[in-house]
Design a protein around this ligand. Sequence first.
Ligand code: FAD
Ligand code: SIN
Length: 569
Amino acid sequence: MKQFDFLVLGSGIAGLTFALKVAPHGRVAIITKKNRAESNTNYAQGGIAAVTSKEDSFELHVRDTLQAGAGLCKEEVVRTIVREGPERIAELIELGMKFSEREVPGPNGARELDLGREGGHSKRRILHAKDVTGREIERALLSAIAQRPSIEIFEDHIAIDLITTQKLEQGGSSVPPVQSVAANVRNPDAGSASVIAEKKGQSGSPRYVNRCVGVYVLDRRTGQVETFAARVVLLATGGCSKVYLYTTNPDIATGDGVAMAYRAGAAIANMEFIQFHPTCLYHSRAKSFLISEAVRGEGGVLKTVEGVEFMDRSHPLKSLAPRDVVARAIDSEMKKSGADHVLLDITHKPAQFTIERFPNIYQTCLRYGIDITREPIPVVPAAHYQCGGVLTNVNGETEIAGLYAVGEVACTGLHGANRLASNSLLEALVCARRAAMKLLAHPPPRVDSKIPPWQPGHAMDADELVVVSHNWEEIRRLMWDYVGIVRTNKRLQRAQKRITHLQEEIREYYWDFVVTSDLLELRNIATVAELIVTSALMRPESRGLHYNLDYPNPDPAWAQRDTAVRKPD
Ligand code: FAD
Ligand code: SIN
């Protein structure tokens, strides 16, 4: 068994920021399932939203975030994250992050941070490193990590399941089978209450009912399952957009953190709010390449395949309307015309500007034969971001003691029913630091639990492995077809039936077979798919990213109500 003080699952912005903050206070292990830079963070293009200009204000950033969130944001959380943003940005710059700058107009040649604009923002406030912001963030954070001898990184290690005191009391090292989520729905607005990380005992003193003490981890290179024990576990495993057939996300985004937390008994909130990015490159050879919203921020215009602008029919901000509005408008245009994509046109801008501002997008499109300075870019919406997740407060505390969740895996209440562009990196930065400060102020006890080693399965039948890939495809296609941008009760119910059946098949497999990362990810996307469908069925209204034709309007009774799902005790 490997023993650490802090166990960090994930090496994106949330995990790395947290690791740096706690490193002076103990031994840290970062577990990451591929190479250390591979994460959603690494592909972030647009940038980080934060108030850094005199023309901007916290109040305006708060207002834009609340407006995008369609009545479901937690205002106190929004205010905290917006207010603390500039200090975290200053720390990131001190660590070595290089944001793009521009010359201040005037005689003395001074320079200032270049601020981009994206949908739903009333001001220019997006700090960026050209169009490769995430790559630069990972570079800066990983370089800083390399200077900290107390941090050890385990690459190609995939976390299987959290080890909790409750599970240990129930006996057995392996996890119970995936439960049917539909049966687990409790009070639908349970998630609106603030998270209580500890429950009161009869004496009135705090008493944790369930504590996370470690994680079982598969070393993908050796096939061995190792036990990692720690005082604190941070889930920083990112989102789940790979649950959809078409996505902007890399392969790591399989919702592992949400699925693990759910199996361990934590509340999972607002999973119906999956954000579809309006502009993913449409090309047969491009797997999942994003065309940043910043392109529209710099004047790019959405058009039909006939070259006609259409966003003016949907929103006064036209192509720069909030993402949910733009994605639905594109979906509707495509359905009306039968076209398989729309166009994003930035050819009216000087070629030199486009090439300098968006070098990665320009070069990538050029490799696919599209010169974006001369011709419009074919684009389609694709699954992009999970607004819900493991229910936490603004300090990343979950309902399980010793378990924190930060970044895309968490649902703090910042995003509500629709995330404002570039608020995600901001949330991860602010909440990672808050989680570290919170637990360092109240260091959790060292729990002397006897953790049994993992009980491996034995079967290994290569012929049957086709079932794993088939089920992967089936889940991703049915989520795209039935649980996409526009939903109906009938389609959601159909999806639910099919997923329940697939869960049974996966369950059989899981218990018999030697675990592989494909099997683990399949089990996780099936769980997450079920959580999304269940949450969508729980919300009888349309709000933000959740649009159901059977209830086309928001219901005031559901404003400020989260959906929350928990596994039964
Ligand atoms: P991630 O960066 O996704 O990191 C998750 C980590 O967890 C990875 O290292 C992964 O390998 C690891 N992991 C996952 N499961 C396991 C497991 N079982 N065991 C071990 N390790 C595991 N947001 C913005 O604010 N601004 C932007 O400009 C922006 N652009 C984006 C562009 C693209 C193409 C994409 C996909 C997203 C973009 N986003 C943007 C969203 C943003 O990048 C993510 O929400 C954010 O980076 C999430 O950070 P994270 O640290 O929570 O997770
Ligand atoms: C983008 O660059 O369009 C992505 C921004 C985001 O997801 O916040």
